[in-house]
Design a protein around this ligand. Sequence first.
Ligand code: S3P
Length: 437
Amino acid sequence: MNMDTVKFNFKGDKSISHRSAIFSALGKGIFEIRNFLTAEDTMNTLNAMTHLGIRVEGDVHSGNFRIISSGRNPEKPEKFTVDLGNSGTGSRLLMGLFSGMPGIEATITGDESLKKRPMGRITKPLVSVGGVFEPIDSLPITVYGRKLLPIMHVESIGSAQIKSAMMLAAISSGVPLRLEERIPSRDHTENMLQFCGVHLTKEPLDNSPGFLIEMEPPYIIQPVLFDIWGDISSASFFIVLGLLNRKKKVIIENVLLNPYRDKFIKILKDMGANIEIIEKKEKCGEKGGDIIVSPSELRGINISPLDIPSIIDELPILTIAGLLSTGTFSFRGAAELRHKESDRISAMVNNLKAVGVHVQEFPDGLSFEGNPEFASGGSINGYLDHRIVMSFEVLKSVLEMNGKPGSLQIEGRQWVTTSFPDFFEKIQDFSDLEPKK
Ligand code: S3P
């Protein structure tokens, strides 16, 4: 059959965009930024960095601009409040960063969802090296910057946010760091710091799958060009759309292909997905390339707990792929999913039940029987969570495109702007294009 092909390019990866703004503020000179993600979360981080004395030149909303950074004067006292909206990454990385800067008194706050998320995982290890926070468990939190002691930390959750907060605290305070990462997590902080000329070592641990990360001052962040690959987590929704619709192929160009971020593609392939990857030359210390997706018949999978940290943000959309597959779809070992923008296990379970799926909930996962002919309707609650809303929007679009428009009413469209402002435009374009006869 002759099939239409739809091409997509995505705004910059969210994790990398946050870090490009933060690292620019830590260096001295002119940083060029290309394809920054101009979504609420990352713009909040960029705006927060103006308190450290950066100047932004150019058309920020195009995603291509320059950051002129004077390198913060360590003696200058600064008292301010930053609202990180919905962003766990922005708030946790900045908490680490500010904690090591004497003279800073920064109150970090956020929206209803962020105020419910655990912050003790960042504050407690930093208190043990002299960090001062009030309160310590949840936002709003005031960070009183201090010269910290050397940081020694064992990270056993598999969280890149904790790892990065510890690394940023060490850098801002100019102290050595020795971090045992027992469960590997996304490595953008390591990659991008090295790309900026910071020396660090990362060696495999003897008795676990993780790494020992060590760094020592002086930390000098050189001005660079951050040319940011498209967001692979945003792409995941269109990859699943490409697999589940029966009419169109999808090509995703210039997207991040970091091995701790693209593992969901391997899982989809294990489910029978027809996906081809074309790697390109590294940018920003990160791998990237193009992805070609063809409609495929999928079968269910029991996802290994070992894969969870590398697919943590994609579990909701993988669950939608599982729903339209044959056989059992399940995952365990994902208790962390309960601490994201929503409790994503209960959000998925409740919404699946609302559309008539018999789903079993575990403290750390879920399990159900998929059905490629699934076509029921129901009311979906977004739970203040962009990825829950987008996952069910993909389901809705697939059902409509495949001629089985169940009646799904999805609440919470407004949350999507936190990470993917043009999501609805893109999904609409995809469903509107009629295939050539
Ligand atoms: C992120 C790390 C992940 C992820 C989040 C972005 C990052 O959180 O869920 O969306 O950019 O470091 P954890 O590392 O806490 O699991």
